[in-house]
Design a protein around this ligand. Structure first.
Ligand code: FES
Ligand code: MG
Length: 594
């Protein structure tokens, strides 16, 4: 890191020619230079600003009226601009294709790769020397980081921060987590429709992204763990003054990063990705994280597999007491010290690759050496973790090559009901109830003919990147209302889709390959016996290979696993080139560009 702040006189500019000079100060091509220059002067910029070697800093704006989780970035960008100007840069704000998790149908995940492509085009095609990535809602963070990885110009993440805590009748209500409980209460008749609405909407009391450790808080924490944001950035609640302050510091820092030529490839190393996996376990992070983090790795050219999530992350303890794996919400996580406090605890057991470089020019070990937890109830000491071995399990078998399971959310009731046979520990056998997509599940789950009981495994397919473009967040299926009334609030679930990061369900999900890509899930039938063995990391249908071969031939005779037609051009384009979840759901041709 530069020892003294850049004072705005462009004194660092001589250290290397900036790429923006190709546009605005290129004597080899006066014609184009003049054309580029004149139009960007027409709103009041001066030639000196564009020609004196000041870094031009993009502000990749993900906020808009369509994106309430990120909308306050429209205001934060003013503080980013102040920081950029003070440090001697010139800010250029531009829009990123919106990705609102709770607004886009059929699923916001469809747009992660679209926003990625759009941002790559902007960063490559315009005169941007460095970029501030404004992140927040689930897929905005990976979309921005994937693009920064591909283009590899200096880039820094500015998280938008979570909403304030939600409250209802004196209880904390967390984004997403309250929905799962409220649905169950509604199904049991404990609350009516109006109370259901009041309860659920209480969880969104301010600007910001989800206040639980869902995919948004997870991905922003992992951006920080990767070294891509200033230390402490991820957890600051959106409305707090510290959010505006770090926006300013982020703007200042990106200018210095351009002078130092500190690029994503210097930061996003294998060690950084291992830190992200470790931190994900410790925070009880989202099951969407492996998809997004593996995608970022692919775009920067670092080898990372689904198996790494178990190898590197399995033995890491759960340290953050935040919903859905714990009790608290974003404000408490911030007050406890956020990501630096988590890293600090993990460093005590040497679980962090401390030499990994971060955007402030220091290593993550240096950044977090003095960041002890400020509230041991929320970021708990590693000597007394909330749970040992909180990482994901990676399972395989005749249903799929790999799928993951978030064990940090297995509670005592679930364990007792499904995993407590002393002769067969950590294993469960049941009858498969199979659904083809979320519409089929909703139409049939309460059908008495299925006779769903507590010895069943709910399976959903047709919900992967191809079957349901982008992958549906549906694997955490609620049991039939009649079973919930009998006290069975959860059944083991398996699927080739995703599930919300706010769900506390220990589903087996992100199964690859999906049914629509020829995976074994296409062959399972309602009534088959399913065996899940967590010790052996296996999930299989107890059907002979001969029978499976027969079923496969029959399926192929029908033209393969059927899924609904594409509704938009992008759905079709993505379907034709998308990789499976285990490869990050990237666009296959896109990873060739680095
Ligand atoms: Fe945007 Fe959760 S819906 S962060
Ligand atoms: Mg989600």
């Amino acid at each position: 890191m530069a020892d003294k702040p850049n004072t705005g006189d462009g004194d660092g500019a001589a250290r290397r020619p900036l790429r923006s000079r190709l546009w605005f100060d290129n004597p080899d091509n006066p014609g184009m230079t003049a054309l580029y220059l004149e139009r960007y002067l027409n709103f009041g910029l001066t030639p000196a600003e564009l020609r004196s070697g000041k870094p031009i800093i993009g502000i990749a704006q993900t906020g808009s009226d369509l994106s309430p989780c990120n909308r306050h970035h429209l205001d934060l960008a003013k503080r980013v601009r102040d920081g950029i100007l003070v440090a001697g840069g010139v800010p250029f704000e531009f829009p990123v294709h919106p990705i609102q998790e709770t607004g886009k149908r059929p699923t916001a995940a469809l747009d992660r790769n679209l926003a990625y492509l759009g941002l790559v085009e902007i960063l490559m095609g315009y005169f941007i020397d460095g970029v501030v990535l404004t992140t927040g809602c689930d897929k905005t963070t990976p979309a921005c980081l994937m693009a920064a990885a591909t283009v590899n110009i200096p880039a820094i993440v500015l998280s938008g921060g979570p909403m304030l805590n939600g409250w209802h009748k004196g209880e904390r209500t967390g984004s997403g987590t309250v929905v799962w409980q409220a649905r169950s209460d509604l199904a049991e008749g404990k609350i009516d429709y109006e109370e259901f609405m009041a309860l659920v909407t209480s969880s969104a009391p301010s600007i910001g992204h989800c206040n639980t450790m869902g995919t948004a808080s997870t991905m922003n924490a992992l951006a920080e763990a990767l070294g891509m944001s200033l230390p402490g950035c991820a957890a600051i609640p959106a409305p707090y003054r510290e959010r505006g302050q770090i926006a300013y510091e982020t703007g200042r820092r990106i200018v210095e990063m351009v002078f130092e030529d500190l690029k994503p490839s210097d930061i996003l190393t294998r060690e950084a990705f291992e830190n992200a996996i470790v931190v994900n376990s410790a925070i009880g992070g989202s099951t969407n994280a492996p998809i997004h983090v593996n995608a970022i790795a692919r775009h920067i050219g670092v080898e990372l597999t689904v198996a790494d999530w178990e190898t590197v992350g399995r033995d890491v303890p759960l340290l953050v007491n935040m919903q859905p794996a714990g009790a608290y919400l974003g404000e408490e996580f911030y007050r406890a010290g956020g990501v630096p406090a988590v890293v600090h605890e993990l460093m005590k057991r040497k679980l962090v690759r401390e030499r990994a470089l971060t955007v402030n020019g220091r290593t993550i070990g240096e950044n977090c050496a003095a960041s002890a937890s400020l509230d041991p109830l929320v970021v708990v000491p590693i000597e007394t973790p909330l749970k040992e071995e909180a990482g994901f399990l990676v399972l395989s078998g005749n249903l799929f090559d790999d799928a993951i399971m978030k064990t940090s959310v297995i509670d005592d009731a679930f364990r007792k009901r499904f995993l407590s046979n002393p002769d067969d520990p950590e294993a469960f056998e049941g009858r498969a109830i199979v659904f083809d997509g979320p519409e089929d599940y909703h139409a049939r789950i309460d059908d008495p003919a299925l006779a769903v009981d507590e010895h069943c495994v709910l399976i959903i397919r047709g919900t992967g990147p191809i079957g349901y473009p982008g992958g549906a967040e549906v694997v955490n299926m609620q049991p039939p209302a009649a079973l919930i009334r009998k006290g069975v609030s959860a059944l083991p679930c398996v699927g080739d889709g995703r599930q919300s990061g706010t769900s506390g369900s220990p589903s087996i999900l992100n199964a690859s390959p999906e049914a629509a890509a020829g995976g074994g899930l296409a062959l399972v039938r309602t009534g088959d016996r399913v065996r899940i063995d967590l010790l052996k990391r296996q999930a299989n249908i107890l059907v002979s290979d001969d029978e499976l071969n027969l079923r496969r031939a029959e399926l192929q005779g029908r033209g393969g696993y059927a899924f609904p037609r594409s509704q938009t051009p992008w759905q079709q384009i993505q379907r034709e080139m998308v990789a499976q979840f285990d490869e990050g759901m990237v666009l296959k041709p896109a990873v060739a560009y680095q």
